[in-house]
Structures are given as C-alpha cells and as structure tokens.
Design a binder for this molecule. Structure first.
Ligand code: PLP
Length: 375
C-alpha cells in the first residue's frame, strides 16, 4: 500500500487508452460520431429519449438557464450544501439565488425551509443530489407543482442515482446536468451531459450549445452547405476525445457501484464506533455513492479540522463537501444565508473520506484503523 492515499484516483485502464487513441487516429477530434454515440448511450442509461454532451456540468447548468430565459430578478431557491458552480450560473443570468436549509440526514433540501423561502418572485428550485443521494421526493415534487415552480436538477454526483421504482435522478424536473470531471463517478477528463423533459427545451439547448448555428437540410449536394446563425449562442460542446473516454467509463459504472457501496458500509460501521455517522440516502433509494461524508460528534469546525489533520498526517487524504455557499466570501450576503442552522451544524462537524472503486481492502482497512486511532 502506498501512502499518502489520495482522496481520489480515476479508474483509467487499457480500454480508455485504446478509445482515446482510436479517436486521435480517426482524424475527427470533436463534436462528431463519438459524441453522438455517447449522447445516445447516456440517454439510454437514464431511460430518456435524448441527451446533449457539454463541456462540463457547469456549462450544462449555464445552458439550461440560458435556454429557460427566466426574467432577471426572479428568484431560484437552492441549497447551501453544494459547489459554487450551482449558484454562479444563476448570478450570471441576473437571477437571485435564495438558500434554503438542508435535511442533515441526507444532505438534500428541507421542504419546510424551502416553503419558508417562497416569495412571489420565486421562479424555480435547483436541487442538488448531494453525494449521489436522491434529493427529490413526493413532498418536494408536490410543492413545486403546487406553486408552479420549474425544477432543475444538479446531477453532478448522481449518475447512478435511482428512486424506489428505478427512476433516474435527472428525470424528475424540467432539466438536469451531469458532470464527468475527473473526481466524478465516470470521467471524460472534463465534460457533462444535459437532459430535458420537453424536447423543445433540449433543442433550444442544442442550438445555444454551438454558436446558435443551423444548417440547411441535406439536399443531396456534395460538400459545403452554407450555415446560418439564428441566435447568439455559446461554445459549450463536448469533444470526441472526451466522449470516447466517457463511453468506456459509462460501460463500467454499474460494475463499480457495488464496490462504492461496500466501502461506504465499512466506513458506516467504523464511524458508529466513534459515535459518528455517514450522510445517508433516503430509505429504499439507490445512491450513486459519489461521496462518503462523515459526520462526527465534535463541537465545531476547529475541532473537526484538528481531527482531519491527525488523520491526514497518517497519510489519508480527506476533503470537505462542502464549505457551505454562505460561508464563501463571494456569497456571504446571499439571500437566506443568515438562517441555515441545520447546514451550519452539519458543516461544523463533517468531512469526506476517500471513496472510489479502485480502493483496495487493505486501503479501506487502513482508513478505518486511522479514523479510530486518531479519534
Ligand atoms: C454539485 C456540483 N455541481 C456542479 C459541479 C460542476 O461540475 P463541472 O466541474 O463538471 O463543471 C460540481 C463539481 O464538482 C458539483 O460538485
């Protein structure tokens, strides 16, 4: 076993290498047949008719809100327990992010707090399936439909996440974005995918993804056909090199999930021995187990950081998901940020443990022994 044990290690093998090499040698590097195949395969994996490859999950969220064209000044309720990108994309469009508190057991949005944040300016709810744990339930869906709110899903952590009936995260709202960043459950080096319930919304995103360009229908002529640009679009597409990598990884993701679950189970049992716990998915649902977030009985962030430091000195790299949005300099004065007691309490005493399919039993055993020894 080599120390330090990294917080994350992407699982890249000979199949990934061969796929990238195949594209390099094909002469077609971007936005071509590999991207189209990856889009079809990803859509099939989720059980939806179509998906669009994008350059990142952030790009996907930007594209969703660009396509929705909500009037500036409208409010979007979201979670403080997320990466800054979730909030940036709202600010970029002149929308007002409003934070609601979380359910500390699952890390998802707390519907009672969500209801308290509702105003006559609220246009949408942006949920994050934190750690891969399903963040929508019938209560949240009923709330959104009762108040005619658009529901968008940040699925950066949630590729394999399914509800009790096997329905995929990303299919509950109007649109969703997924991430293939290197630390995600599948990687394309960088990249993402978006899906939308309304085919017209997906088509609008397809247009905006690539400069707003359109081509005349194929009339049998050979070679160049003059394109038009019908909207001021963006450049947010996936490359074929990334898509080739992503396709191989997608083919492996179901095989990796039992390992993620098994590692989480070992962490659950050792944390119980020190009076701690994991943030867990709602009962009966299938989590992608993107993150193993430990919650320990320590009084404040300082004590938690000290415990983390002792663990890291023993060669186990840790992380923190997340320093809440309203604790960040850019968002200290964000709406709702002055009253999020459950999120504040959780953030004071949580940190993330290494969780990836390539972890060996010996490595997991070592992490568990260090967690106990340094408590
Ligand atoms: C919850 C969440 N949303 C969005 C993103 C952005 O993903 P990407 O790096 O693919 O843009 C991340 C990345 O870590 C994330 O964790």
């Amino acid at each position: 076993m080599n120390l330090p044990l990294p917080f994350h290690r992407p699982s890249i093998g000979p199949d990934e290498e061969a796929a990238v090499l195949r594209v390099l040698r094909s002469g077609w590097l971007t936005h071509g047949p590999e991207t189209a195949a990856f889009e079809r395969e990803f859509a099939a994996y989720l059980g939806v008719p179509a998906a669009l490859g994008v350059s990142s999950c952030t790009a996907g969220l930007e594209l969703i809100f660009a396509a929705l064209s909500l009037p500036p000044g409208r409010e979007v309720i979201t979670t403080p327990l997320t990466f800054a990108a979730t909030v940036h994309v709202l600010v970029h469009r002149g929308l007002v992010p409003v934070l609601a508190d979380i359910d500390p057991r699952t890390g998802g949005l707390d519907v009672a707090s969500l209801a308290r944040r509702l105003s006559d300016r609220t246009a949408a709810v942006l949920v994050v399936h934190f750690a891969g744990h399903l963040a929508v339930n019938s209560q949240l869906l009923d709330f959104c439909s009762a108040h005619r709110l658009i529901l968008i899903e940040d699925c950066a952590h949630a590729i394999e996440t399914r509800d009790l009936d096997g329905r995929a995260a990303g299919t509950f709202g109007q649109a969703a974005a997924f991430s293939f960043y290197p630390n995600k459950n599948i990687t394309a080096a960088e990249g993402g995918m978006v899906v939308a319930r309304d085919p017209a919304l997906l088509e609008r995103m397809r247009l905006l993804r690539t400069q707003g360009m359109v081509w005349p229908p194929d009339d049998g002529r050979t070679g160049f056909r003059p394109y038009d640009v019908i909207d001021s679009g963006y450049k947010l597409n996936l490359t074929d090199l990334q898509a080739a990598l992503g396709r191989v990884q997608l083919g492996r993701v179901e095989g990796w999930l039992p390992r993620r679950q098994a590692v989480a189970a070992r962490y659950r049992s050792v944390l119980a021995q020190v009076g701690g716990r994991l943030i867990e998915p709602p009962a009966g649902t299938r989590s992608a187990w993107h993150l193993a977030v430990a919650v320990v009985p320590l009084p404040d962030r300082q004590a938690t950081e000290a415990y983390m430091e002792r663990i890291q000195r023993r060669g186990v790299r840790l992380s923190w998901h997340y320093r809440p949005i309203h604790w960040l300099t850019a968002y200290r004065r964000i709406a709702g940020g002055d009253e999020l007691p459950l999120c504040d309490e959780l953030a004071a005493c949580s940190f993330s443990l290494p969780l990836y399919p390539g972890l060996t039993d010996e490595e997991v055993g070592y992490v568990c022994s260090v967690l106990k020894a340094e408590w």
